[in-house]
Design a protein. Structure first.
Lengths: 150, 150
Protein backbone atom coordinates (compact mmCIF):
# COMPACT_ATOMS: atom_id res chain seq x y z
CA UNK A 1 0.00 0.00 0.00
CA UNK A 2 1.23 3.49 -0.74
CA UNK A 3 0.73 6.26 1.82
CA UNK A 4 -2.02 7.75 -0.30
CA UNK A 5 -3.98 4.51 0.03
CA UNK A 6 -3.57 4.36 3.81
CA UNK A 7 -6.58 6.41 4.69
CA UNK A 8 -7.00 8.48 7.83
CA UNK A 9 -10.59 8.92 8.96
CA UNK A 10 -11.03 12.32 10.58
CA UNK A 11 -14.30 12.59 12.51
CA UNK A 12 -14.77 16.28 13.15
CA UNK A 13 -17.82 18.55 12.98
CA UNK A 14 -16.03 21.87 13.40
CA UNK A 15 -14.97 23.26 10.00
CA UNK A 16 -12.11 25.33 11.47
CA UNK A 17 -10.64 22.35 13.31
CA UNK A 18 -11.03 20.24 10.19
CA UNK A 19 -9.15 22.77 8.07
CA UNK A 20 -6.40 23.13 10.68
CA UNK A 21 -5.95 19.39 11.04
CA UNK A 22 -5.75 18.86 7.27
CA UNK A 23 -3.29 21.70 6.97
CA UNK A 24 -1.10 20.41 9.80
CA UNK A 25 -0.98 16.91 8.29
CA UNK A 26 -0.15 18.16 4.80
CA UNK A 27 2.46 20.63 6.00
CA UNK A 28 4.31 17.86 7.81
CA UNK A 29 4.59 15.66 4.77
CA UNK A 30 1.86 13.26 5.80
CA UNK A 31 0.58 12.31 2.37
CA UNK A 32 -2.15 9.93 3.45
CA UNK A 33 -5.61 10.37 2.03
CA UNK A 34 -7.88 11.91 4.66
CA UNK A 35 -11.60 11.15 4.68
CA UNK A 36 -13.66 13.56 6.78
CA UNK A 37 -16.86 12.51 8.53
CA UNK A 38 -18.79 15.42 10.05
CA UNK A 39 -20.93 13.50 12.50
CA UNK A 40 -21.10 10.09 14.16
CA UNK A 41 -23.53 8.63 11.63
CA UNK A 42 -21.23 9.55 8.74
CA UNK A 43 -18.27 8.04 10.58
CA UNK A 44 -20.07 4.72 11.13
CA UNK A 45 -21.39 4.74 7.54
CA UNK A 46 -17.85 5.14 6.27
CA UNK A 47 -16.44 2.43 8.55
CA UNK A 48 -19.15 -0.11 7.75
CA UNK A 49 -19.77 0.93 4.12
CA UNK A 50 -23.43 1.71 4.81
CA UNK A 51 -25.74 4.71 4.14
CA UNK A 52 -24.00 7.31 1.96
CA UNK A 53 -20.97 4.99 1.78
CA UNK A 54 -22.85 1.89 0.60
CA UNK A 55 -20.79 0.05 -1.96
CA UNK A 56 -17.51 1.52 -0.78
CA UNK A 57 -14.80 -1.11 -0.82
CA UNK A 58 -15.51 -2.38 2.67
CA UNK A 59 -12.18 -4.16 3.16
CA UNK A 60 -10.39 -0.81 2.99
CA UNK A 61 -10.36 0.14 6.65
CA UNK A 62 -8.50 3.31 7.61
CA UNK A 63 -5.07 3.03 9.27
CA UNK A 64 -6.02 5.65 11.84
CA UNK A 65 -9.19 7.24 13.18
CA UNK A 66 -9.01 10.73 14.69
CA UNK A 67 -12.19 11.05 16.70
CA UNK A 68 -13.77 14.14 18.20
CA UNK A 69 -16.20 13.43 21.05
CA UNK A 70 -18.86 16.12 20.76
CA UNK A 71 -20.53 15.23 17.48
CA UNK A 72 -24.01 15.69 16.01
CA UNK A 73 -26.40 12.71 15.76
CA UNK A 74 -24.15 10.04 17.33
CA UNK A 75 -21.43 11.18 19.72
CA UNK A 76 -17.81 10.07 19.67
CA UNK A 77 -17.99 7.65 22.60
CA UNK A 78 -20.87 5.82 20.93
CA UNK A 79 -18.95 5.67 17.63
CA UNK A 80 -16.02 4.18 19.55
CA UNK A 81 -18.25 1.66 21.33
CA UNK A 82 -19.77 0.47 18.06
CA UNK A 83 -16.50 0.18 16.18
CA UNK A 84 -14.93 -1.78 19.04
CA UNK A 85 -17.95 -4.12 19.07
CA UNK A 86 -17.49 -5.13 15.41
CA UNK A 87 -14.66 -7.54 14.57
CA UNK A 88 -13.98 -5.71 11.27
CA UNK A 89 -13.15 -2.46 13.05
CA UNK A 90 -12.31 -3.59 16.61
CA UNK A 91 -8.50 -3.44 16.22
CA UNK A 92 -8.40 0.00 14.53
CA UNK A 93 -6.12 2.58 16.14
CA UNK A 94 -8.40 5.34 17.43
CA UNK A 95 -7.01 8.58 18.81
CA UNK A 96 -9.56 10.76 20.57
CA UNK A 97 -8.81 14.37 19.63
CA UNK A 98 -11.04 16.72 21.56
CA UNK A 99 -11.16 19.97 23.48
CA UNK A 100 -12.70 18.19 26.46
CA UNK A 101 -10.56 17.36 29.47
CA UNK A 102 -13.50 16.23 31.58
CA UNK A 103 -12.52 13.10 33.54
CA UNK A 104 -15.71 11.35 32.44
CA UNK A 105 -14.75 11.83 28.76
CA UNK A 106 -11.17 10.67 29.37
CA UNK A 107 -12.25 7.69 31.48
CA UNK A 108 -15.09 6.86 29.06
CA UNK A 109 -12.72 6.87 26.10
CA UNK A 110 -10.22 4.53 27.76
CA UNK A 111 -13.09 2.38 28.94
CA UNK A 112 -14.01 1.81 25.29
CA UNK A 113 -10.33 1.15 24.54
CA UNK A 114 -9.40 4.35 22.76
CA UNK A 115 -5.72 3.88 21.90
CA UNK A 116 -4.87 7.42 22.93
CA UNK A 117 -6.50 10.63 24.15
CA UNK A 118 -5.19 13.99 22.98
CA UNK A 119 -6.45 17.38 24.07
CA UNK A 120 -6.92 19.86 21.20
CA UNK A 121 -4.87 22.94 21.95
CA UNK A 122 -6.55 26.31 21.50
CA UNK A 123 -3.43 28.06 20.25
CA UNK A 124 -2.76 27.75 16.51
CA UNK A 125 0.94 26.89 16.72
CA UNK A 126 0.30 24.36 19.48
CA UNK A 127 -2.46 22.76 17.44
CA UNK A 128 -0.14 22.38 14.44
CA UNK A 129 2.56 20.87 16.64
CA UNK A 130 0.21 18.40 18.31
CA UNK A 131 -1.21 17.18 15.00
CA UNK A 132 2.31 16.82 13.61
CA UNK A 133 3.47 14.77 16.60
CA UNK A 134 0.45 12.51 16.65
CA UNK A 135 0.59 12.06 12.88
CA UNK A 136 4.24 11.04 12.95
CA UNK A 137 3.70 8.70 15.89
CA UNK A 138 0.69 6.84 14.49
CA UNK A 139 1.63 6.84 10.81
CA UNK A 140 5.34 6.14 11.06
CA UNK A 141 6.31 4.66 14.43
CA UNK A 142 3.25 2.63 15.31
CA UNK A 143 2.70 -0.59 13.37
CA UNK A 144 -0.99 -0.75 12.41
CA UNK A 145 -2.99 -3.98 12.79
CA UNK A 146 -3.54 -4.38 9.04
CA UNK A 147 0.14 -4.36 8.05
CA UNK A 148 1.03 -7.38 5.95
CA UNK A 149 -2.55 -8.21 5.12
CA UNK A 150 -4.57 -7.63 1.92
CA UNK B 1 14.28 13.32 37.66
CA UNK B 2 11.16 13.57 39.73
CA UNK B 3 11.13 10.46 41.92
CA UNK B 4 7.49 10.94 42.81
CA UNK B 5 6.41 10.95 39.18
CA UNK B 6 4.73 7.76 37.97
CA UNK B 7 7.39 5.47 36.52
CA UNK B 8 7.78 3.82 33.17
CA UNK B 9 7.54 0.06 33.70
CA UNK B 10 9.88 -1.70 31.30
CA UNK B 11 9.10 -5.40 30.89
CA UNK B 12 12.19 -6.78 29.16
CA UNK B 13 14.26 -9.90 29.75
CA UNK B 14 17.24 -9.07 27.53
CA UNK B 15 19.92 -7.21 29.56
CA UNK B 16 21.29 -5.46 26.45
CA UNK B 17 17.85 -4.13 25.55
CA UNK B 18 17.29 -3.11 29.18
CA UNK B 19 20.50 -1.07 29.11
CA UNK B 20 19.68 0.50 25.74
CA UNK B 21 16.20 1.46 26.81
CA UNK B 22 17.38 2.90 30.11
CA UNK B 23 20.08 4.94 28.41
CA UNK B 24 17.67 6.21 25.76
CA UNK B 25 15.08 7.30 28.33
CA UNK B 26 17.74 9.04 30.42
CA UNK B 27 19.03 10.93 27.38
CA UNK B 28 15.53 12.10 26.51
CA UNK B 29 13.56 14.82 28.24
CA UNK B 30 11.43 12.24 30.01
CA UNK B 31 11.56 13.04 33.70
CA UNK B 32 10.18 9.74 34.87
CA UNK B 33 11.88 7.02 36.87
CA UNK B 34 12.17 3.65 35.14
CA UNK B 35 11.30 0.35 36.82
CA UNK B 36 12.63 -2.76 35.08
CA UNK B 37 11.14 -6.22 35.45
CA UNK B 38 12.60 -9.22 33.62
CA UNK B 39 9.67 -11.56 33.13
CA UNK B 40 5.90 -11.59 32.81
CA UNK B 41 5.27 -12.86 36.31
CA UNK B 42 7.27 -10.03 37.84
CA UNK B 43 5.36 -7.56 35.66
CA UNK B 44 2.03 -8.83 37.00
CA UNK B 45 3.38 -8.84 40.56
CA UNK B 46 4.40 -5.22 40.15
CA UNK B 47 1.06 -4.17 38.66
CA UNK B 48 -1.06 -5.99 41.24
CA UNK B 49 1.16 -5.56 44.30
CA UNK B 50 1.75 -9.29 44.79
CA UNK B 51 4.76 -11.63 45.16
CA UNK B 52 8.02 -9.67 45.33
CA UNK B 53 5.92 -6.47 45.16
CA UNK B 54 3.50 -7.42 47.96
CA UNK B 55 2.46 -4.24 49.75
CA UNK B 56 3.06 -1.95 46.77
CA UNK B 57 0.06 0.31 46.36
CA UNK B 58 -1.19 -0.78 42.96
CA UNK B 59 -3.37 2.32 42.66
CA UNK B 60 -0.06 4.02 41.80
CA UNK B 61 -0.09 3.16 38.15
CA UNK B 62 2.92 3.48 35.88
CA UNK B 63 2.70 6.31 33.37
CA UNK B 64 3.45 3.72 30.70
CA UNK B 65 4.15 0.01 30.39
CA UNK B 66 6.66 -0.97 27.71
CA UNK B 67 6.03 -4.63 27.07
CA UNK B 68 8.23 -7.12 25.25
CA UNK B 69 6.35 -10.17 23.95
CA UNK B 70 8.86 -13.00 24.31
CA UNK B 71 9.27 -13.22 28.07
CA UNK B 72 10.11 -15.99 30.54
CA UNK B 73 7.43 -17.50 32.84
CA UNK B 74 4.45 -15.51 31.56
CA UNK B 75 4.51 -14.27 27.96
CA UNK B 76 3.79 -10.68 26.97
CA UNK B 77 0.40 -11.43 25.40
CA UNK B 78 -0.73 -13.15 28.61
CA UNK B 79 0.45 -10.17 30.63
CA UNK B 80 -1.56 -7.92 28.32
CA UNK B 81 -4.66 -10.12 28.61
CA UNK B 82 -4.51 -10.17 32.41
CA UNK B 83 -4.02 -6.42 32.67
CA UNK B 84 -6.99 -5.78 30.36
CA UNK B 85 -9.22 -8.20 32.29
CA UNK B 86 -8.72 -6.45 35.61
CA UNK B 87 -10.61 -3.23 36.36
CA UNK B 88 -7.58 -1.81 38.16
CA UNK B 89 -5.34 -2.04 35.11
CA UNK B 90 -7.82 -2.13 32.21
CA UNK B 91 -7.02 1.43 31.08
CA UNK B 92 -3.25 1.28 31.66
CA UNK B 93 -1.39 2.70 28.64
CA UNK B 94 0.64 -0.21 27.24
CA UNK B 95 3.02 -0.15 24.28
CA UNK B 96 4.28 -3.46 22.91
CA UNK B 97 7.94 -3.10 21.95
CA UNK B 98 9.16 -6.19 20.18
CA UNK B 99 11.36 -7.62 17.44
CA UNK B 100 8.52 -9.90 16.38
CA UNK B 101 7.45 -9.70 12.74
CA UNK B 102 4.76 -12.29 13.19
CA UNK B 103 1.36 -11.27 11.96
CA UNK B 104 -0.27 -13.23 14.80
CA UNK B 105 1.58 -11.18 17.46
CA UNK B 106 0.41 -7.96 15.84
CA UNK B 107 -3.18 -9.15 15.49
CA UNK B 108 -3.37 -10.62 19.00
CA UNK B 109 -1.89 -7.49 20.57
CA UNK B 110 -4.56 -5.28 19.00
CA UNK B 111 -7.30 -7.77 19.84
CA UNK B 112 -6.18 -7.53 23.45
CA UNK B 113 -6.43 -3.74 23.18
CA UNK B 114 -2.79 -2.77 23.27
CA UNK B 115 -2.51 1.01 22.96
CA UNK B 116 0.31 0.85 20.44
CA UNK B 117 2.67 -1.63 18.78
CA UNK B 118 6.23 -0.60 17.94
CA UNK B 119 9.03 -2.66 16.38
CA UNK B 120 12.32 -2.68 18.27
CA UNK B 121 14.98 -0.96 16.19
CA UNK B 122 18.15 -2.83 15.31
CA UNK B 123 20.79 -0.13 15.75
CA UNK B 124 21.44 1.62 19.05
CA UNK B 125 21.10 5.10 17.45
CA UNK B 126 17.64 4.22 16.19
CA UNK B 127 16.86 2.75 19.58
CA UNK B 128 17.47 6.17 21.19
CA UNK B 129 15.19 7.89 18.69
CA UNK B 130 12.40 5.37 19.03
CA UNK B 131 12.47 5.38 22.84
CA UNK B 132 12.46 9.17 22.86
CA UNK B 133 9.48 9.31 20.53
CA UNK B 134 7.58 6.73 22.55
CA UNK B 135 8.41 8.48 25.82
CA UNK B 136 7.51 11.94 24.56
CA UNK B 137 4.25 10.79 23.02
CA UNK B 138 2.94 8.84 26.02
CA UNK B 139 4.34 11.00 28.82
CA UNK B 140 3.85 14.48 27.42
CA UNK B 141 1.26 14.39 24.60
CA UNK B 142 -1.20 11.67 25.56
CA UNK B 143 -3.67 12.47 28.34
CA UNK B 144 -3.59 9.47 30.68
CA UNK B 145 -6.67 7.82 32.18
CA UNK B 146 -7.80 9.43 35.46
CA UNK B 147 -6.51 7.79 38.62
CA UNK B 148 -8.78 4.95 39.79
CA UNK B 149 -11.15 5.75 42.62
CA UNK B 150 -9.63 4.40 45.88
Amino acid sequence: MTDAEKTILLVEDNADDEALTLRALARNGIANKVVVARDGVEALDYLFATGAHTGREGHQTPVLVLLDLKLPRIDGLEVLRRLRADPRTAPLPVVVLTSSTEPKDVAGSYDQFANSYIRKPVDFADFMSVVRRLGLYWLILNVPPSQGEN
Amino acid sequence: MNRNAPPVLLVEDNPDDQALALRALKRSDIRAPVVIVSDGEEALDYMFGTGAYAGRDCRQRPALVLLDLKLPKVGGLDVLRRLREDQRTRSQPIVVLTTSNEESDLRNSYQLHVNSYVRKPVSSEQYDDVMREIGEYWLTLNLPPPAPVP
